[in-house]
Write a protein that binds this ligand. Structure first.
Ligand code: DGL
Length: 287
């Protein structure tokens, strides 16, 4: 039985470990996890990846914990069938509502984005704003994680229900998006935050909009950068870094493959080949 010193809650049988050249699984509700994939390309370019976007069921951020848990269990079951060696839950909502539970259920190293993001935030400031989906904000997962790392920090969280649909519809440069962002940031700026955490993996796609509204001294924390650093550490601890040339990234979605390919190209710099996967109650089939 292996217990990671970085992610203490994650126990699994090292004897059942997938081989070094197995892919890393990354999942999100949609294009948000591409912010994590980009960091992985940058910092762990030798790794093969399977990316899953649950686009038929987004946005996750307005769903109940029971729904999120069911979706995450289905995705992890599918990831196990694809024989991944590790999973990055590139979704804050899933990390906030399901990570602790599914870590007990799956014999697989599973990394979430919240703890790495919280650790990075307290290194930058003490007055920390978090923008997140309504479900993540309501869970208080960031507040708990930040205060666990630094009890003196102050945390303000804002749920931003309109952001994910606007990003998935590719309306980033729409003036309406700037107005929505201004209203979400207002209560945080009133608290004179010095640090702002992207508490949803979709939000780094809004970086130009958010940066234009924030005073220059406010530091922006992207947990994607920090979860990939944690992933590298974890691969080293387990001795499962890939040493062979990586395979092309496999993309799968539960919704429309063509839509994902069209919106993904701007974040990836290439047009991804996308498969459609359908989850039924207990089985998974390829369309
Ligand atoms: N990008 C995900 C997150 O980080 C999910 C957003 C959503 O589907 O609402 O929370």
């Amino acid at each position: 039985m292996y217990s990671s010193p970085i992610f203490e809650a994650n126990f699994y049988h090292a004897s059942e470990q997938a081989p070094q050249n197995a892919p890393i699984g990354i999942f999100d509700s949609g294009v948000g996890g591409l912010t994590v994939l980009r960091q992985l390309y940058r910092h762990l370019p030798q790794e093969s990846v399977i990316y899953f976007g649950d686009t038929a069921r987004l946005p996750y951020g307005i769903r109940s914990q029971a729904e999120i848990l069911q979706f995450v269990r289905e995705i992890l079951t599918w990831m196990q069938q694809q024989q991944v060696k590790m999973v990055i839950m590139a979704c804050n909502t899933s990390s906030a509502l399901a990570l602790e539970i599914v870590r007990e259920e799956f014999n697989l190293p599973i990394l979430g984005v919240i703890l790495p993001g919280a650790k990075a935030a307290v290194q930058q400031g003490q007055r920390i704003g978090v923008i997140a989906t309504p479900a993540t904000a309501k869970s208080n997962a960031y507040r708990h994680a930040i205060l666990e790392v630094d009890a003196n920090a102050q945390v303000w969280q804002v749920g931003c229900p309109e952001f994910v649909p606007l990003i998935e519809q590719n309306r980033i440069h729409d003036p309406y998006t700037t107005e929505v962002a201004r209203s979400y940031l207002e209560p945080l700026l009133a608290q004179k935050i010095d640090t702002l955490v992207y508490g949803c993996t979709h939000y780094p796609h809004l970086a130009p909009v958010l940066r234009s509204l924030l005073p220059s001294h406010v530091k922006l924390i992207d947990p994607a950068v920090h979860v990939v650093a944690a992933c590298a550490q974890e691969l080293d601890l387990l001795g499962i870094r890939n040493t062979q040339p990586p395979l092309p990234t496999r993309f799968a979605v539960s919704g429309c493959a063509q839509h994902f390919a069209q919106s993904g190209v701007q974040w990836l710099g290439y047009t991804p080949m996308v498969e459609e996967v359908c989850f039924t109650d207990t089985t998974v089939s390829h369309l």
